[in-house]
Design a protein around this ligand. Structure first.
Ligand code: IPE
Ligand code: IPE
Ligand code: MG
Length: 238
C-alpha cells in the first residue's frame, strides 16, 4: 500500500482481541492463541516504528481480565515474563521507548521488576513510543487520577475551581501522551471494553474482523487508509 501520500496518525491505539477465537478455530488451547498474539505484537511494534508512528498503544490485559480462569491468567502472566525481555531488544533495535499505563502494583514482584526494566532500559530512545496497557481500565485510571488530584490539592491547599480538563488529564497515566487519532479493534466487537475512556473522546474508530494473531502490517495500512478517508470533526463545523 502506498503510504507516501497519506497522513499518518500520530497516535494509533489498538484493542488486540481475538486470541481465544484464533485458538478455538485451530482446536488448540487459548494459551496458544495468546502466544501467537504476542508474536504478532512483536512484529507490529517493529512495523509501527518503521512506519514512523509516534505513539502506538496496545491493550494487553484489562482490569476485568483477572476474572478469567486461573489457568488462563497464569498463562498470560508467563507470556508477559517471556515477552517483556524480548521487547527490550526489539525496542532498542528500533529506537523505541516503552511506557506502561495501568495499575502496576497488582502484578507479581518479578513482573513489576520486568516492567520497570523495560521502561528504564528504553527511556532514552527517541523514535516510536510504545505504550503497553496492562492491568489497565479506563475507569480505574480516572479514579486513580481523581485520588492523586485530591491528594495534591489537599496537600498544597489549592483551589478546586482551578481544575480544568487539561489539568485533570495531567493526573492520568497518559499525562503528556497526545490522545489517539485512530483506534483499531480486531475481531469485530463493537465496544470499548473500558479502554482509554477519557482519551478516545474524539478518536476515529476502526473495527476489523481480522483476529489479532492474523493482524499484520498490511492490516494496519488498511486501517490507516480508512482513517485517511475520514473527515475528522471535533464538534465544530468547518
Ligand atoms: C485478547 O484475546 C487478549 C486478551 C484479552 C488478554 P481474547 O482472549 O479476548 O480472545 P477472544 O475474545 O476470546 O477471542
Ligand atoms: C479487551 O478485550 C481487553 C484486551 C484486549 C486486553 P476483552 O476480550 O477482554 O473484552 P470483552 O470481554 O470482549 O469486552
Ligand atoms: Mg476478547
Amino acid at each position: 500500500m502506498d503510504l507516501e501520500n497519506m497522513t499518518l496518525p500520530r497516535h494509533v491505539a489498538v484493542i488486540l482481541d481475538g486470541n481465544g477465537r484464533w485458538a478455538a478455530r485451530r482446536g488448540v488451547p487459548r494459551a496458544m492463541g495468546h502466544k501467537a498474539g504476542c508474536e504478532t505484537l512483536e512484529k507490529m511494534v517493529e512495523a509501527a516504528a518503521r512506519m514512523g508512528l509516534e505513539y502506538f498503544t496496545v491493550y494487553g490485559f484489562s482490569t476485568e481480565n483477572w476474572k478469567r480462569s486461573e489457568e488462563e491468567v497464569g498463562a498470560l502472566m508467563n507470556l508477559f515474563r517471556y515477552y517483556m525481555v524480548r521487547i527490550i531488544k526489539i525496542a532498542n533495535d528500533n529506537n523505541v521507548r516503552v511506557r506502561m499505563i495501568g495499575e502496576k502494583n497488582r502484578f507479581a514482584p518479578d513482573i513489576i521488576a520486568g516492567i520497570d526494566r523495560m521502561v528504564e532500559s528504553t527511556k532514552n530512545n527517541t523514535g516510536l513510543t510504545f505504550v503497553v496497557a496492562i492491568n489497565y481500565g479506563g475507569r480505574d485510571e480516572i479514579v486513580r487520577a481523581a485520588r492523586k488530584l485530591v491528594q495534591d490539592y489537599r496537600a498544597n491547599g489549592l483551589d478546586v475551581s482551578n481544575i480544568t480538563e487539561a489539568s485533570f488529564a495531567g493526573y492520568l497515566d497518559t499525562a503528556d501522551i497526545p490522545d489517539p487519532d485512530l483506534m483499531i479493534r480486531t475481531s469485530g466487537e463493537l465496544r470499548l471494553s473500558n479502554y482509554l475512556l477519557w482519551q478516545l473522546a474524539y478518536t476515529e474508530l476502526y473495527v476489523t474482523d481480522c483476529l489479532w494473531p492474523d493482524f499484520n502490517q498490511e492490516e494496519l495500512e488498511k486501517a490507516i487508509a480508512a482513517y485517511n478517508q475520514r473527515e475528522r470533526r471535533f464538534g465544530g463545523r468547518k
